[in-house]
Write a protein that binds this ligand. Structure first.
Ligand code: BEZ
Length: 214
Protein backbone atom coordinates (compact mmCIF):
# COMPACT_ATOMS: atom_id res chain seq x y z
CA UNK A 1 0.00 0.00 0.00
CA UNK A 2 1.20 3.54 -0.76
CA UNK A 3 2.29 5.55 2.26
CA UNK A 4 -0.37 8.33 2.54
CA UNK A 5 2.18 10.86 3.83
CA UNK A 6 4.24 10.31 0.65
CA UNK A 7 1.12 11.06 -1.42
CA UNK A 8 0.83 14.46 0.33
CA UNK A 9 4.29 15.30 -1.04
CA UNK A 10 3.37 14.57 -4.66
CA UNK A 11 3.04 17.56 -7.00
CA UNK A 12 -0.24 19.41 -6.60
CA UNK A 13 -1.06 17.45 -3.44
CA UNK A 14 0.32 19.99 -0.96
CA UNK A 15 -2.79 22.16 -1.00
CA UNK A 16 -6.46 21.36 -1.37
CA UNK A 17 -9.48 23.09 -2.82
CA UNK A 18 -10.83 25.42 -0.13
CA UNK A 19 -7.41 26.15 1.42
CA UNK A 20 -6.20 29.74 1.72
CA UNK A 21 -3.49 30.33 -0.89
CA UNK A 22 -0.23 30.80 1.05
CA UNK A 23 0.99 34.38 0.85
CA UNK A 24 4.43 35.24 -0.50
CA UNK A 25 6.34 38.03 -2.14
CA UNK A 26 8.90 37.60 -4.89
CA UNK A 27 10.77 39.38 -7.66
CA UNK A 28 9.07 39.16 -11.00
CA UNK A 29 9.26 40.47 -14.53
CA UNK A 30 6.69 43.09 -13.45
CA UNK A 31 8.56 44.11 -10.26
CA UNK A 32 8.09 42.86 -6.71
CA UNK A 33 4.75 41.07 -6.33
CA UNK A 34 2.87 39.94 -3.23
CA UNK A 35 0.08 37.42 -3.59
CA UNK A 36 -2.14 39.15 -1.02
CA UNK A 37 -2.05 42.34 -3.13
CA UNK A 38 -4.31 40.46 -5.57
CA UNK A 39 -7.15 40.16 -3.03
CA UNK A 40 -10.37 41.43 -4.55
CA UNK A 41 -9.75 39.85 -7.96
CA UNK A 42 -9.42 36.39 -9.38
CA UNK A 43 -5.90 35.10 -9.90
CA UNK A 44 -4.47 32.17 -11.84
CA UNK A 45 -1.09 31.25 -10.38
CA UNK A 46 0.74 28.69 -12.47
CA UNK A 47 4.14 27.06 -12.56
CA UNK A 48 6.15 25.92 -15.54
CA UNK A 49 9.18 23.61 -15.57
CA UNK A 50 11.74 25.86 -17.24
CA UNK A 51 12.31 28.88 -19.48
CA UNK A 52 13.56 28.26 -23.04
CA UNK A 53 11.76 24.94 -23.40
CA UNK A 54 9.39 24.06 -26.25
CA UNK A 55 6.07 23.32 -24.52
CA UNK A 56 6.47 26.19 -22.04
CA UNK A 57 7.12 28.60 -24.88
CA UNK A 58 3.89 27.56 -26.61
CA UNK A 59 1.97 28.00 -23.33
CA UNK A 60 3.29 31.53 -22.80
CA UNK A 61 2.57 32.54 -26.39
CA UNK A 62 -0.98 31.17 -26.02
CA UNK A 63 -1.62 32.78 -22.62
CA UNK A 64 -0.22 36.15 -23.63
CA UNK A 65 -2.42 36.01 -26.75
CA UNK A 66 -5.47 35.46 -24.52
CA UNK A 67 -4.46 37.99 -21.82
CA UNK A 68 -7.40 40.24 -22.77
CA UNK A 69 -9.85 37.37 -22.22
CA UNK A 70 -8.56 36.84 -18.67
CA UNK A 71 -8.61 40.60 -18.07
CA UNK A 72 -12.26 40.81 -19.23
CA UNK A 73 -13.12 38.24 -16.55
CA UNK A 74 -11.33 40.23 -13.84
CA UNK A 75 -8.61 37.61 -13.56
CA UNK A 76 -4.88 38.26 -13.26
CA UNK A 77 -2.23 35.78 -14.40
CA UNK A 78 0.96 35.04 -12.48
CA UNK A 79 3.62 32.53 -13.57
CA UNK A 80 6.48 31.00 -11.65
CA UNK A 81 9.54 28.84 -12.21
CA UNK A 82 12.87 28.14 -10.56
CA UNK A 83 14.68 30.15 -13.27
CA UNK A 84 16.24 33.53 -12.46
CA UNK A 85 14.63 36.85 -13.21
CA UNK A 86 17.23 37.51 -15.92
CA UNK A 87 16.50 34.17 -17.55
CA UNK A 88 12.80 35.18 -17.61
CA UNK A 89 13.71 38.53 -19.19
CA UNK A 90 15.84 36.88 -21.88
CA UNK A 91 13.11 34.31 -22.67
CA UNK A 92 10.38 36.98 -22.88
CA UNK A 93 12.59 38.99 -25.22
CA UNK A 94 12.97 35.91 -27.46
CA UNK A 95 9.19 35.32 -27.38
CA UNK A 96 8.54 38.94 -28.31
CA UNK A 97 11.10 38.91 -31.14
CA UNK A 98 10.18 35.49 -32.53
CA UNK A 99 6.39 35.37 -31.97
CA UNK A 100 5.52 39.06 -31.82
CA UNK A 101 3.79 38.60 -28.46
CA UNK A 102 4.58 40.60 -25.32
CA UNK A 103 4.11 38.70 -22.07
CA UNK A 104 3.03 41.40 -19.62
CA UNK A 105 1.78 39.30 -16.70
CA UNK A 106 4.43 38.74 -14.00
CA UNK A 107 6.75 35.75 -14.10
CA UNK A 108 8.22 35.13 -10.66
CA UNK A 109 11.66 33.76 -9.89
CA UNK A 110 11.73 31.09 -7.22
CA UNK A 111 15.40 30.09 -6.98
CA UNK A 112 15.09 28.57 -3.50
CA UNK A 113 11.79 26.85 -4.38
CA UNK A 114 10.25 28.29 -1.24
CA UNK A 115 7.02 29.10 -3.13
CA UNK A 116 7.14 25.97 -5.30
CA UNK A 117 7.37 23.75 -2.23
CA UNK A 118 4.62 25.63 -0.35
CA UNK A 119 2.29 25.01 -3.31
CA UNK A 120 3.38 21.43 -4.04
CA UNK A 121 4.66 22.52 -7.44
CA UNK A 122 7.90 20.56 -7.22
CA UNK A 123 8.25 16.97 -8.40
CA UNK A 124 8.79 14.60 -5.47
CA UNK A 125 12.05 13.40 -7.01
CA UNK A 126 14.34 15.94 -5.36
CA UNK A 127 17.04 15.42 -8.00
CA UNK A 128 14.83 17.49 -10.28
CA UNK A 129 14.12 20.94 -8.90
CA UNK A 130 11.87 21.90 -11.84
CA UNK A 131 8.29 22.79 -11.00
CA UNK A 132 5.65 20.80 -12.85
CA UNK A 133 2.72 22.43 -14.67
CA UNK A 134 0.45 23.24 -11.75
CA UNK A 135 -2.34 25.79 -12.08
CA UNK A 136 -4.17 27.32 -9.10
CA UNK A 137 -7.43 29.22 -9.55
CA UNK A 138 -7.60 31.60 -6.59
CA UNK A 139 -10.78 33.56 -5.83
CA UNK A 140 -10.95 37.23 -4.76
CA UNK A 141 -10.90 36.14 -1.11
CA UNK A 142 -7.58 34.33 -1.59
CA UNK A 143 -9.10 30.83 -1.50
CA UNK A 144 -7.98 28.06 -3.88
CA UNK A 145 -11.07 27.10 -5.87
CA UNK A 146 -9.57 24.68 -8.41
CA UNK A 147 -6.20 23.31 -9.38
CA UNK A 148 -4.71 21.21 -12.13
CA UNK A 149 -1.42 19.37 -12.49
CA UNK A 150 0.05 18.41 -15.85
CA UNK A 151 3.36 16.71 -16.57
CA UNK A 152 6.23 18.57 -18.24
CA UNK A 153 5.56 16.97 -21.62
CA UNK A 154 1.89 18.03 -21.99
CA UNK A 155 0.93 21.67 -22.42
CA UNK A 156 -2.17 23.21 -20.85
CA UNK A 157 -5.21 24.39 -22.81
CA UNK A 158 -5.92 28.11 -22.62
CA UNK A 159 -9.58 27.60 -23.65
CA UNK A 160 -9.95 25.08 -20.81
CA UNK A 161 -8.38 27.51 -18.33
CA UNK A 162 -10.87 30.17 -19.46
CA UNK A 163 -13.75 27.70 -19.30
CA UNK A 164 -12.81 26.63 -15.77
CA UNK A 165 -12.61 30.28 -14.73
CA UNK A 166 -16.01 30.98 -16.34
CA UNK A 167 -17.54 28.00 -14.56
CA UNK A 168 -16.09 28.97 -11.17
CA UNK A 169 -17.41 32.50 -11.59
CA UNK A 170 -20.83 31.29 -12.81
CA UNK A 171 -21.41 29.03 -9.80
CA UNK A 172 -19.90 31.46 -7.33
CA UNK A 173 -23.19 32.90 -6.09
CA UNK A 174 -24.78 29.42 -5.94
CA UNK A 175 -26.74 27.32 -5.53
CA UNK A 176 -26.07 26.29 -9.14
CA UNK A 177 -23.78 23.75 -10.77
CA UNK A 178 -21.82 23.71 -14.04
CA UNK A 179 -22.34 20.42 -15.91
CA UNK A 180 -19.89 18.53 -18.12
CA UNK A 181 -18.58 20.52 -21.06
CA UNK A 182 -20.39 23.64 -19.84
CA UNK A 183 -19.35 26.86 -21.53
CA UNK A 184 -20.50 30.45 -21.01
CA UNK A 185 -24.12 30.89 -22.10
CA UNK A 186 -25.05 27.24 -21.53
CA UNK A 187 -27.69 26.33 -18.93
CA UNK A 188 -26.53 25.67 -15.40
CA UNK A 189 -27.95 22.92 -13.20
CA UNK A 190 -29.96 23.43 -10.03
CA UNK A 191 -28.62 22.16 -6.73
CA UNK A 192 -30.94 19.22 -5.96
CA UNK A 193 -33.24 19.55 -2.97
CA UNK A 194 -31.98 16.78 -0.70
CA UNK A 195 -35.25 15.88 0.95
CA UNK A 196 -37.17 12.64 0.83
CA UNK A 197 -40.42 14.56 0.34
CA UNK A 198 -39.04 15.95 -2.95
CA UNK A 199 -37.91 12.49 -4.05
CA UNK A 200 -41.33 10.93 -3.39
CA UNK A 201 -43.22 13.90 -4.83
CA UNK A 202 -41.45 13.60 -8.22
CA UNK A 203 -43.95 11.15 -9.69
CA UNK A 204 -42.52 9.18 -12.61
CA UNK A 205 -39.33 11.26 -12.59
CA UNK A 206 -36.39 9.19 -11.46
CA UNK A 207 -33.98 11.93 -12.53
CA UNK A 208 -35.51 14.42 -10.04
CA UNK A 209 -31.97 15.38 -9.02
CA UNK A 210 -30.90 16.56 -12.49
CA UNK A 211 -32.61 19.82 -13.48
CA UNK A 212 -31.54 22.91 -15.32
CA UNK A 213 -32.04 26.24 -13.61
CA UNK A 214 -34.71 28.69 -14.75
C1 BEZ B 1 8.93 21.85 -22.35
O1 BEZ B 1 8.38 22.87 -21.95
O2 BEZ B 1 8.97 21.56 -23.55
C2 BEZ B 1 9.58 20.92 -21.37
C3 BEZ B 1 10.02 21.39 -20.15
C4 BEZ B 1 10.64 20.50 -19.27
C5 BEZ B 1 10.79 19.18 -19.60
C6 BEZ B 1 10.32 18.71 -20.83
C7 BEZ B 1 9.71 19.59 -21.72
Amino acid sequence: MTDPSARRDAPCAGLRIGDAAPDFSARSTAGEVRLSDYRGRWLILFSHPADFTPVCTTEFVALAGSADEFEKRGCALMALSVDSLFSHFAWLRLIRDRYDVEVRFPILEDPTLVIGRAYGMVAPNDNDSATVRTTFFIDPGGIIRAMTCYPANVGRSTPEMLRTLDALQAVDDGPVLAPANWTRGDALLAQPDASLDTVYAAKGQTDWFLKETG
